[in-house]
Design a protein around this ligand. Structure first.
Ligand code: NI
Length: 173
């Protein structure tokens, strides 16, 4: 496995629509292994193939709705969202725009249909942060960034105010 270079916003490749994956071969497996390693080493919860310069419909997402220490990587090839419900509005960021966040509304719950690394179709449900990551990564496959869905990049003061409030709520609960 190897770390790959993460493309930054402004790189034209991040605006392109990706082609479906058609060959479920060793080359794809190597790409997926490298993407997982690259995502984890950057402390991300999702990464899409175009972010490492590959215009194919493949993403990795870290499932974090688990007991601590038991997070695991989900691979989605040729994914599509087939059901969405509820709503969540929170700061969202991207490994292609490190350190910048914007308030983005996403579904609270999604169901996605995708292929695994061997080409088998499956359906998978996700909630909360994982649902947000599925939507965010699938948007990358169509050349979209989260910055198209928020008014502005949050200032440090706005982020502090948001996370300060969260903490108070948690302390109250
Ligand atoms: Ni992103």
């Amino acid at each position: 496995m190897a770390l790959r270079n993460i493309r930054r916003q402004g790189d034209e490749i991040l605006t392109k629509r990706c082609r479906p994956v058609t060959d479920f071969n060793d080359r794809l497996h190597e790409l997926l292994d490298d993407m997982a390693e690259t995502m984890l080493s950057a402390n991300g919860v999702g990464l899409a193939a175009p972010q490492v310069g590959i215009l194919r419909r493949a993403v990795v997402v870290l499932e974090t709705n688990t007991p601590e220490g038991e997070e695991y990587v989900v691979e989605l090839i040729n994914p599509e969202i087939v059901e969405a419900s509820g709503e969540q509005t929170d700061p969202e960021g991207c490994l292609s725009l490190p350190g910048e966040y914007g308030m983005v509304t996403r579904p609270e719950h999604v169901k996605v249909r995708a292929q695994d690394r061997n080409g088998a179709w499956f359906e998978r449900e996700a909630d909360g942060l994982t649902a947000r990551a599925f939507c965010h990564e699938i948007d990358h496959l169509d050349g979209h960034m989260f910055t198209e869905l928020c008014d502005h990049i949050m200032t440090d003061e706005e982020l502090d105010a948001y996370y300060g409030q969260q903490q108070e709520q948690e302390e109250d609960a």
